[in-house]
Design a binder for this molecule. Structure first.
Ligand code: ZN
Length: 187
């Protein structure tokens, strides 16, 4: 511990090693460790809880109920989605919770021949951003698209969330399986 050799082995500061010939403290050898030094083995059973914050926690809880929620700012009259407790334009707290429908418009998309592990795939996955109905322009979420082919998908396409079954929902954006084309007479 602390000897010049140890510093060199660790790739330490060569200049300091050259300047300091006598290191403070007492170097311990294997003999010292036999009863001379108290050692304790301890395996902590640490339990963790992680908060997503007020807005995102509510957003995730509502997803589990198959609902999309946003925050309204009365200052700029924007509907912020995903919800935020603070308006970055007005520089003030947002005012109220607002439920949105689970329909929207494809803002942008990608046809990906790589899966989420970056492996090549032959049947592409479709991903992109959906602007959610009722939210202010350009407020949306990134997600998968389904029940459409790479030749059918287009910017401006009207879509609706396909939700997991209630027992399979966990409070995650993946409680939505994907966004599918809006059908005649829907939403
Ligand atoms: Zn605002």
């Amino acid at each position: 511990m602390g000897g010049p050799d140890a510093v060199r082995v660790r790739g330490g500061d060569g200049d300091v090693t050259a300047r300091v010939s006598k290191w403070p403290g007492i170097e311990l050898g294997p003999k010292d460790l036999e009863g001379g030094v108290t050692a304790v083995r301890y395996r902590p059973e640490a339990k963790f809880a992680w908060s997503a914050g007020e807005a995102m926690s509510r957003f995730l809880a509502e997803l589990q109920e198959a609902r999309l929620i946003a925050r309204e700012c009365k200052g700029c009259t924007r509907i912020l989605f995903p919800p935020r407790m603070f308006c970055e334009e007005c520089y003030r707290p947002t005012d109220a919770w607002v439920y949105l429908r689970d329909t929207g418009t494809i803002e942008t998309y990608s046809v990906s021949y790589l899966d989420t592990d970056a492996r090549r795939i032959t049947e592409p996955i479709l991903v992109g951003v959906v602007s959610i109905d009722g939210a202010s322009p350009k407020m949306g979420m990134m997600h998968y698209f389904g029940e459409m082919s790479k030749d059918e998908i287009r910017i401006g396409m009207r879509v609706k969330a396909k939700w997991r079954a209630p027992r399979d929902r966990v409070g995650s954006v993946l409680d939505i399986v994907y966004f599918r084309p809006l059908r005649e007479g829907e939403g």
